[in-house]
Design a protein around this ligand. Structure first.
Ligand code: UDX
Ligand code: UDX
Length: 433
């Protein structure tokens, strides 16, 4: 199949590269020339495990190309995926201007039947809006619109694309559904479920999935407070809950809150949409409020131990919003560090890969090269991102390097029982009191 992906950001680049690897001829289009020239040389513009290798392989085998010429991208392909950004507007709604621009470009350059498929997370009704825009601009345009949302997790994006939990194809056209099914037939053969729906249902499934996962996290974070009050252990509560197959074990980890480019934005957008349609939105409002408060829990814990933090030195392990990515969008670390700086704290930080991104946003931080150097002379350590390399460190060495052996473990990577010699506090671990 000849495929064009418009928007070569996180989602677009992963989708384009994986589609090429599945044997399709892929053109990736982006307005950003510097991105295109890097990608042409096989240099990934995002950090994602396994991407560079896959990109180079498919460039070498001539299955993927990069261009800023949207016209040729549209004209040379049968299926056009839209993966441009859909950032949040002030009111919480998604900004669809890039999607609309792409629809207008398609109307201008269309030269035969095309399937226009949205990969970006777009509000319910966007598919119909795209249809209307293209029709308004070009009455003769022959096309169908499909919603084919992407469920990629950063750090596991390639694996998630190649082995999806499910593939959602929403459209009102039988022809478009058939074409989309032919793209995914190799995945169906190996048992990956494909759910065929109408446009609106597919669009809603994406928002509902992210909002449901965020709700589970906020539920556990709210319970973590009770665990501390009554002497219960949130990690064991999560195990007990997860053993019920009706609940399942995933996305039940309490911590310093969820971040990233999707959960915060999608919860906000779904909440705004519920309100717009006159439906109740209290649940998602609570999910958001709990998450905002949770980002500050580690700081509150530290202030209970050291009430006057002025001129104290605090080490932060992990800046990325989660491990295996350099992404710091909506990262709890940003809120935590800024809050500590307001109290006059001197911050030292270490992240295996996100320091470069962090330097663009956070100021007055001393960065260290490894997890040991960062704790040297510090009055406390806050663990914000659960990078694997933090799990098996020499704790005695860490303790000796610190001025005061205080650890606030925002991701519960250690067991309170193993933390002798430290003033150690996890999240929701009533047992560490
Ligand atoms: C984006 C959305 O934010 C997310 O909600 C959705 O699920 C998928 O698309 P992401 O891929 O992370 O996520 O966005 P980003 O990295 O910002 O990439 C968007 C790309 O589109 C950028 O490379 C940008 O240059 C490009 N773009 C944007 C265009 O090519 N044309 C435009 O008109 C606008
Ligand atoms: C998410 C969805 O999982 C993915 O399907 C969608 O396409 C994009 O959004 P991503 O944002 O990459 O992916 O990360 P994810 O692994 O889902 O984690 C999101 C946030 O939740 C992180 O900040 C993580 O630390 C937090 N989290 C996750 C918890 O606090 N507890 C958990 O149990 C799981």
């Amino acid at each position: 199949m000849k495929i064009t992906v418009i928007g070569t950001g996180y989602v677009g680049l992963v989708v384009g590269t994986c589609m090429a690897d599945m044997g399709n001829d892929v053109i990736c289009v982006d307005v950003d020339d510097s991105k295109i020239s890097k990608l042409k040389k096989g240099i990934p513009t995002i950090y994602e495990i396994g991407l560079e290798e896959l990109l180079k392989k498919n460039i070498g085998e001539n299955r993927i190309s990069f261009t800023d010429d949207i016209r040729s991208g549209i004209q040379k392909s049968d299926v056009i995926f839209l993966a441009v950004g859909t950032p949040s507007l002030e009111d919480g709604n998604a900004d669809l201007s890039y999607i609309e621009d792409a629809a207008r470009e398609i109307a201008r350059h269309i030269n035969g039947y095309k399937v226009v498929a949205t990969k970006s997370t777009v509000p319910v009704g966007t598919g119909k809006r795209i249809k209307k825009i293209i029709k308004q601009q070009n009455r003769d345009a022959d096309f169908d619109v499909v919603s084919n949302p992407e469920f990629l997790r950063e750090g596991k994006a390639i694996k998630d694309f190649m082995n999806p939990y499910r593939i959602i194809i929403g459209s009102d056209s039988e022809k478009a559904k058939r074409i989309m099914l032919s793209i995914y037939k190799s995945m169906e053969r190996v048992g990956r479920p494909i759910l065929i729906t109408n446009l609106e249902t597919a669009e809603l499934i994406k928002y509902a999935s992210n909002a449901m996962l965020a709700t589970r996290i906020s539920f556990m974070n709210q319970l973590s407070c009770l665990c501390e009050a009554v002497g219960a252990d949130i990690k064991t509560v999560a195990i007990g809950l997860g053993q019920d197959p009706r609940i399942g074990p995933r996305f039940l980890q309490a911590g310093v809150g969820y971040g990233g480019s999707c959960f915060p934005k999608d919860v906000k957008a779904l909440k705004a949409r519920l309100q717009e349609e006159g439906c109740c939105s209290e649940l998602l409002e609570a999910v958001e409020n709990i998450n905002s408060r949770q980002k500050l829990v580690a700081v509150e814990k530290l202030k209970k131990i050291i009430p006057d933090l002025h001129n104290k030195k605090v080490a932060v392990w992990g800046i990325a919003f989660k491990p295996n990515t350099d992404d710091i969008r909506e990262a709890p670390s940003v809120v935590i560090i800024k809050e500590l700086q307001k109290s006059g704290v001197k911050i030292k930080a270490f992240d295996p890969i996100a320091a470069k991104e962090s330097k663009k946003i956070l100021k007055n931080i001393e960065y260290a090269e490894n997890p040991y150097d960062v704790v040297k002379g510090c009055d406390a350590l806050i663990i914000v991102t659960e990078w694997n390399e933090f799990r098996d460190l020499d704790k005695e060495k860490v303790r000796k390097l610190m001025r005061q052996p205080i650890i606030i473990d925002g991701r519960n990577i250690y067991e309170p029982d193993d933390m002798g010699g430290f003033n150690y506090h996890g999240i929701g671990r009533g047992c560490d009191k």
